[in-house]
Each structure stands twice: as C-alpha cells, then as structure tokens.
Design a protein around this ligand. Structure first.
Ligand SMILES: NC(=O)c1ccc[n+]([C@@H]2O[C@H](COP(=O)([O-])OP(=O)(O)OC[C@H]3O[C@@H](n4cnc5c(N)ncnc54)[C@H](O)[C@@H]3O)[C@@H](O)[C@H]2O)c1
Length: 385
C-alpha cells in the first residue's frame, strides 16, 4: 500500500490514539455509506451513484469497496469503482453479507479501551449491540468513552450527527450477563487475565441460548483452547482479535482453537469482513498470535533500554518515529496499549515459549504495581491530562 509517510506505518505499530499524531481514514466508514443502509439491513447504492471509491477493505454499503488483488496501482490502496463495477461489487458484498445475516445481535463483555471500540465498530455497522461491565460505574465510564469517540468522529466529519445518534441508539448497556441470552455473537474484551476470562466463558455458556452462537475472545495472548474447554461448546469458541483503536485499525486476527469448528471460523470471518469491513489474517492458537509475537519483544526491548539508562524515553521514541517512520515510538505505544496489558501479554508469551525476550522487565511490573498503566490511567512513561 502506498501512502504518505506516517500513514503506511500505522499498520506496523498496530495501535494509534484517536487524537494521535497520525490518522488514517482507511477503516473509518466514510459519510455516504450510512445513507444507503437501514438500521437493520442493507440497501444498495442508487444506480445513479457516481463514484463509490476509497480504500476500505471489505467495506459495506456504499463504502469504498476493495476487491482483493485489484487496485494495486491506486495510491489509496484500493480501486475507485464506478457505475456498473460499483454495482457488481455491491452485489458481491450483498451475497457475502447474506451468508452472515444470522449475526445481528452482538454482545461485548468489557467496555474499556477495546470493548468500547469493538462495540462502536459493531454498532456503526448496523448491528444491535449490548455491552456488559462489572459495575455501574465502569459501565458509565465505558458509555462516556464510546459517546466521546462517536462525538469526535462526527466533529471530524467521519460520520454525520444523525449517524452518531443512530449508532448510539443501537447500543444498550448492562451489568448482567444474563441479558446476553439472545446474542448471536459475543466478543469478550475484559482485562488480560486467564481466570477472569475463563469465568466469563463459563457464564456465557450458561446464559447464551442460541445453540450455534459464536463465543469470541479479543485476548492478545491467552490460548483460546483454554477458554473453549471451559464451555460445553468448544467448537463455537474462537479468537477475534481487534487492534487499538478498533474503529480505526483495519486488521483483525482470527484465531481458531484446536477445538473450533469450521462453521464457526467461517461465520466469524464472514462477520468481521462482510459486516464490519475489516481485513482479517489467520493465526494459530499460539500465545501472541502474529502481531504481538512480533510487537511485544520490541516494546519490552524499549522498556529495558529505558530502564538501563541507555537513552531517555523521548530519545527512544524519537529514534523510532524519526529514524524508522513509525507513527509512534515504543514507549508511547506501550502507554497506549496499557502497561498492564503489555505485562500480561508478555507473561503469557513467556509462559508458553520460555524465551528471555518475552520476559517482562522489572520496571514494567513496578509501574503496573504503582498503577501507572499508561494513557487510560493518566500516567505511564508519560503523563496525560
Ligand atoms: N489495549 C490494547 O491495545 C489491546 C489491543 C488488542 C487486544 N487487547 C485485549 O483486549 C482486552 C481488553 O483490553 P483493554 O485494553 O480494553 O483493557 P482495559 O483495561 O481498557 O479494559 C478492560 C475492561 O474490562 C472490564 N472488566 C474486567 N472484568 C470484567 C468482567 N468480569 N466483566 C465485564 N467487564 C470486566 C474492566 O472494568 C475494564 O473496563 C484484553 O484481553 C487485551 O489483551 C488490548
């Protein structure tokens, strides 16, 4: 994909702040798409619609449609489709969507950084979304985060005010997982803790009534098979791993456990591409999957470098931003991801592979102990107001 410096490297870093230095609109659904989409279904773009263009991979509705293998010459990374071609692409999209119309009601467990982003992506795609948190206070925080994110998207002209409002209307909030009974797909996005996640999967197994519902985890590193065998339906459990911030980042890793059935993989992949308009890659159920297996050792190396006094945090970050065109240096990125999440992912990867590179440096753990979890806590390697 050809894009100006500071854009292509977004995919490299795997995470960006909403208000960060670099923005990509590559996965944001541009304004016209909602005009052609009813709240609970799709309607085609009018035949007189001229250019249906852009660079959304697997976009829906009148969004730019990227056909894999085509459009390599387009600077935005996708073809600009016109007239008959747009219609053809639309029809293809409809038939893909048709395969996955049985996923209309989504449940998201956890409304932190990732849960709120995933809920936003799903609601913006027209799905009915129920979000669960442990307490009313956490729920209120999550709801505010989500409303702010949609508000910013409207302010920046990514969505209209009407789209913001209809998206909010598709979101419901609860502190009772029992409310997930009618969900077709549940995406768990709570803290990176195996015991907490396992308990949630046990509860979901009890409460979700649809016999073939897909039960997914957004875990960054916990083996999916451990969550799968905690349920009575291990063939329906799968990893659907979004990136931060979920409304912006194009990639989703699909991680089948050894027990996951083919039908579950197919439905999960079709929902993520056909409905949510994301690009998927598949990874085996090995701690860290693809992206974190590469990213985490790099982040840990930066923490070690800072800890040993080789360079200041600013110089480490500037080194990678200005020397390697990364949109964000590794310490800023660690702050964005959350130091607790990075430490937990490192622990899971170390437990799996026993590679010294995956061992969390003492400073990281001490900062977690001190509550300096990064952006979400207001302080990490940097301070945030
Ligand atoms: N932060 C990232 O960049 C990133 C990227 C991809 C995947 N992930 C994964 O996503 C998951 C969530 O990460 P995050 O960054 O959103 O963390 P976070 O700390 O921002 O949010 C976690 C949320 O889970 C809630 N929670 C905890 N226990 C719960 C329970 N039993 N029921 C309901 N909610 C509960 C907490 O109240 C909190 O709001 C983790 O598994 C993480 O590894 C994180």
């Amino acid at each position: 994909m050809v894009a100006p410096p500071g854009r292509w490297s977004v995919a490299l870093a795997g995470a960006l702040p909403h208000n960060g230095v670099v923005e990509t609109n590559s996965t944001m659904l541009p304004w016209p798409w909602r005009a052609y989409k009813s709240p609970r279904g799709l309607s085609p773009p009018p035949r007189e619609a001229g250019v249906v263009g852009g660079n959304v991979v697997g976009g829906v509705g009148a969004t730019p449609v990227h056909i894999p293998g085509e459009g390599q010459g387009c600077p935005s990374g996708g073809p600009f489709l016109q007239g008959r071609h747009a219609r053809h692409a639309w029809d293809q999209r409809i038939s893909e969507r048709h395969e996955v119309t049985d996923i209309e009601r989504v449940g998201v467990v956890g409304c932190g950084q990732m849960g709120s982003g995933i809920a936003e992506v799903c609601a913006r795609a027209g799905l009915d979304v129920m979000v669960a948190e442990t307490t009313g206070e956490a729920l209120e925080l999550g709801r505010t985060r989500l409303a702010n994110s949609l508000g910013k998207a409207a302010e920046r002209g990514k969505i209209t005010e009407n789209e913001r409002d209809t998206t909010l209307d598709r979101l419901a909030f609860t502190t009772d997982l029992g409310d997930f009974a009618d969900r077709d797909l549940v995406i768990e996005a709570v803290i990176e803790n195996e015991q907490v996640k396992t308990e949630i999967f046990q509860v979901l197994d009890q409460v979700v009534t649809r016999p073939d519902a897909v039960l997914a985890s957004n875990t960054s590193s916990i083996p999916l098979v451990k969550l799968a065998v905690a349920t009575s339906r291990p063939d329906q459990v799968i990893g659907i791993h979004f990136f931060n911030p979920a409304p912006v980042q194009k990639l989703v890793e699909i991680i089948p456990a050894l027990t996951t059935g083919d039908e579950t993989i197919k439905r999960a992949e079709a929902a993520v591409t056909g409905i949510l308009g994301k690009h998927t890659i598949r990874a085996q159920d090995r701690s860290g999957f693809v992206v974190n297996a590469l990213l985490i050792p790099y982040l840990l190396s930066a923490v070690r470098m800072f800890e040993s006094g080789i360079a200041s945090r600013e110089d480490i970050d500037n080194g990678m931003e200005l020397g390697c065109a990364h949109p964000m240096g590794p310490l800023k990125l660690t702050d964005l991801i959350g130091l607790d999440t990075v430490a937990s992912v490192a622990d899971s990867m170390y437990a799996e592979f026993k590679e010294p590179l995956y061992a969390a440096p003492p400073l990281l753990q001490r900062m977690v102990d001190a509550g300096r979890l990064g952006r979400k806590a207001g302080a990490g390697f940097y301070a945030y107001s």
